[in-house]
Ligand binder design. Sequence first.
Ligand code: RFL
Ligand code: PHB
Length: 389
Amino acid sequence: MKTQVAIIGSGPAGLMLGHLLRQAGLDAVIVERQSAAHVLSRIRAGVLETVTTEILEDLDLAERMNAEGIPHHGFNLADGERLIHIDIKALTGKHVLIYGQTELTKDLIDAAPKRGLEIIWEADAAALHDTQSDAPFITYTKGGVSHQVDARFIVGCDGFHGASRKAMPPCVGRQYEKIYPFGWLGILADVPPCDQELIYANHERGFSLASMRSATRSRYYIQVPLGEKAEDWPTGKLWDEVCARLPPAAAKKVTRGPALEKSIAPLRSFVFEPMQSGSLFLAGDAAHIVPPTGAKGLNLAASDIRYLSRAFIAWFKKNDQDAVARYSEQALSRVWKSERFSWQLTMLMHRFSEDSSFDRRVQAAELDYIASSETARRAIAENYVGLPL
Ligand code: RFL
Ligand code: PHB
């Protein structure tokens, strides 16, 4: 098979890129290791910035998102019993949209056949070849049969554990990493949310987050030490812990229910530089990871794809090579600002077992400063809604 852009991975990054290229009349093929059902069963992000919603709008695939998504004009930071409201609408004039990554992925997958975007599901052992030449190719096996996709460019949208980053020539890359000593245990349940807005709570028992997917579906997270397993947390015990950590007014309004999904995600900050070498490009989680505290991961994948799709369209349609050459530098500039914000919010809102009493007092002072300073709240709001492209 021959195409212009071969994409590895059918998460949000690969799907958005494939659709934007097809819309411009370019050929693209996606090679995905999992089945469509598996990809659609993963519960992940819930907060979309304008950079992400605008891609769906531009693709004319925003109908369900606009009907079912919930605009949020603010969110809350809790410090024990105190609630600090971040009025993102008043501070920035913008908002974020509550719409699950699962739903966005579904909209993109459902539209693929009629837009001529081929997705090869259950493709095993994807391997990248000749990535430093003008004729790179991917090989994979499906049902025991070997296949090859020849392309002008390969884009690794295969997430943190994918094959693409490992295919970068060893001499070109540098990675930056920070591992946090805890994970987030999440529960999804068909119960109404405890508040109209999200609450990120710093509590002496550890961080918790009250989030939602809709007026009838809630998502809660609690900070747990590394090494704990979701099975160690019977649902009743998890609800007790969520309620113990949220401010009392919100805790009283928590409705408990059976878990539709329960899982633990480790927290990590990670950047691989550069995001391009020869004919191989990285986008989304394949190149960078942020801890979920800032709700940035999916939105960063969207900004990478905005830059990269524009660059490929300029290359193929106008023979303009500049944007492709600038992609890595352009994307990394936004990536590092989101890394900084996600790290800052993570450090502010979590409890660290090795914290000295001094560290904890500094954390409390910072929350106090945010509560008293509109300037501090505006800086948080500006980053939360997403910095300009
Ligand atoms: P994905 O979604 O991981 O997709 C990668 C795809 O590549 C496939 N793959 C391969 N295919 C072929 N061959 C191989 N060798 C392959 N290896 C892997 C995989 O099967 C998969 O389909 O990466 P992508 O597209 O870059 O998207 C990134 C986002 O998924 C991620 O950043 C967000 O989910 C992060 N995130 C959040 N982001 C936000 O913007 N807002 C949020 O509110 C938010 N909340 C979250 C989150 C992530 C979380 N977890 C579970 C880590 C909450 C959580 C709990
Ligand atoms: C979620 O609803 O899954 C969610 C919301 C906000 C975050 C992270 C996750 O910062």
